[in-house]
Design a protein around this ligand. Structure first.
Ligand code: HEM
Ligand SMILES: *[C@@H]1O[C@H](CO)[C@@H](O)[C@H](O)[C@H]1NC(C)=O
Ligand SMILES: *[C@@H]1O[C@H](CO)[C@@H](O)[C@H](O)[C@H]1NC(C)=O
Length: 402
């Protein structure tokens, strides 16, 4: 009896042990299967399509960017894939295009570590070598630092403040009553003259020459953006603000930094222009290693197209996103939240010229508005490829005020 019991126990224990083994094995298997599927579900390429062989989706990208609806490319795909990050194939590379502000911020913040600025060859050929943007690593950090110093508030307040005004006045002196001009062309000239004066006038050294070249290459293209001022309510608001300043100064006297700072509504108009103007539609990066963020995998060597301007036009983030409404900047402090509004990029390559650009725009607006009335001579539409421009050059007729 005792033997039978012990036998039973042995058998039973053995069975339990076996069961236990089987269970462990099973568990390990399913565990593995689980992690396997988890891996597949957790980290994967975003949805999308690489389009046609070789040209991929480059043509649709091009068509959308050169139309007056540059967001189209994003909108179509967002709808199709139900995702604001998707796979594409642009300018000969596998690409991930992102209109997701969190992800875009992450990409820009990790410049030089996980990602690096890399503009597609085809794009570079079209927009010219983009100066500082094609420099990497320590040299980029160093030059970026120098650029930031060159364009520091101190220099803006004392040097640029005066020179921008001189230059704008002397340019406008050539525009007389009832003259017809192509504003775009004139603005390009003016901005280039300013760059030449500010940057090429520096006591020449090998280093400054190098920087100038890098700068001019890049900024030629970027800053020469005329802004359109249709005759609507906000144009009246602008006119009022600048007439008040003009009156307080008692005529066309040199504006001081405090006058600039007092242009509150102008700042709103400039922000709204930067938000809605589709300048710098997208920034291009290349992955330096396999990237895994949240559930997204992007292999090493892929292009990442950071489509930050899409966020600027997104109803999710801005009320009536497509309406030009400068007052939104007075009401809603949230609009300037830096991953929802990043017209000057971010991270280690944040545009060192952003404050200069704002200053130039404000001073130009002040002088232009207080000296002239104008009439546009043609219907204009902007185009954004490879860089923003107005197709007809914005012809207008000017009338002296008073
Ligand atoms: C409205 C005018 C401007 C806009 C919208 C603009 C926009 C941008 C953006 C988005 C970037 C980042 C590009 C990237 O990360 O791939 C950038 C970089 C840069 N910007 Fe601007 N910018 C403007 C005016 C200026 C001006 C006036 C200057 C100089 C005088 C300037 C000089 C630069 C330089 C040198 C870089 C490269 C920085 C680096 O790679 O370290 N920009 N800009
Ligand atoms: C910018 O792009 C949007 C959407 O593609 C378009 O509706 C808008 O008119 C563009 N802005 C300008 C100033 O053309
Ligand atoms: C304009 O945008 C910048 C962010 O780029 C923000 O710091 C500033 O406060 C905004 N200006 C106004 C008047 O809202």
């Amino acid at each position: 009896m005792a033997d039978q019991i012990s036998l039973l126990l042995v058998v039973f224990t053995a069975a339990v042990a076996l069961l236990h083994l089987i269970y462990r094995w099973w568990n390990a298997q399913t565990g593995q299967r689980k992690t396997h599927t988890e891996k597949n579900q957790a980290v994967h390429l975003p949805p999308g399509s690489t389009g046609w062989p070789l040209i991929g989706e480059t043509y649709s990208y091009y068509r959308s960017m050169s139309s007056n609806r540059p967001r189209q490319f994003i909108d179509d795909r967002e709808k199709r894939y139900d995702s604001d990050i998707f796979v594409s194939h642009l300018f000969g590379s596998q690409a991930v295009v992102s209109a997701d502000p969190q992800f875009n911020k992450y990409v820009l913040q990790n410049e030089g570590r996980l990602f690096q600025a890399q503009y597609p060859k085809a794009l570079k050929a079209l927009m010219g070598d983009c100066g500082l943007l094609s420099v990497h690593g320590n040299l980029q950090r160093k030059l970026h630092g120098i650029a930031v110093n060159l364009l520091s508030f101190e220099r803006l307040k004392f040097d640029f403040m005066v020179e921008i005004q001189n230059l704008v006045h002397s340019t406008l002196d050539r525009w007389v009553d009832e003259k017809e001009i192509f504003l775009q062309n004139e603005c390009h000239q003016m901005v280039l003259n300013l760059m030449a004066k500010q940057l090429l006038d520096l006591s020449p050294s090998k280093e400054t020459n190098e920087i100038c070249k890098l700068f001019v290459d890049y900024t030629n293209a970027m800053i020469a953006i005329p802004i359109k001022i249709p005759g609507s309510t906000y144009a009246k608001g602008l006119k009022e603000e600048h007439d008040v300043i003009l009156k307080a100064k008692g005529g066309h006297k040199k504006l001081e930094w405090d006058d600039y700072k007092s242009m509150k509504f102008t700042q709103c108009v400039i922000n709204e222009t930067l938000r809605l103007g589709n300048f710098s539609l997208a920034m291009f990066r290349e992955t330096k290693e396999d990237i895994k963020v949240k559930d997204i995998l992007i292999p090493k060597g892929w292009v990442v197209c950071v489509f930050s301007s899409a966020t600027h036009l997104d109803e999710k983030f801005h009320n009536e996103a497509l309406t030009f409404n400068p007052w939104r900047w007075e009401l809603d402090q949230d609009v300037s939240n830096n991953h929802l509004f990043s017209p000057f990029g971010g991270g280690a390559r944040l545009c060192p010229g952003s404050h200069l650009a704002r200053l130039e725009l404000a001073l130009f607006l002040h002088i232009f508005i207080t000296r002239f009335r104008w009439e546009a001579l043609d219907d204009e539409h902007p185009s954004y490829f490879p860089l923003p421009y107005l197709a007809k050059g914005f012809p207008m007729r000017l009338y002296n005020r008073e």
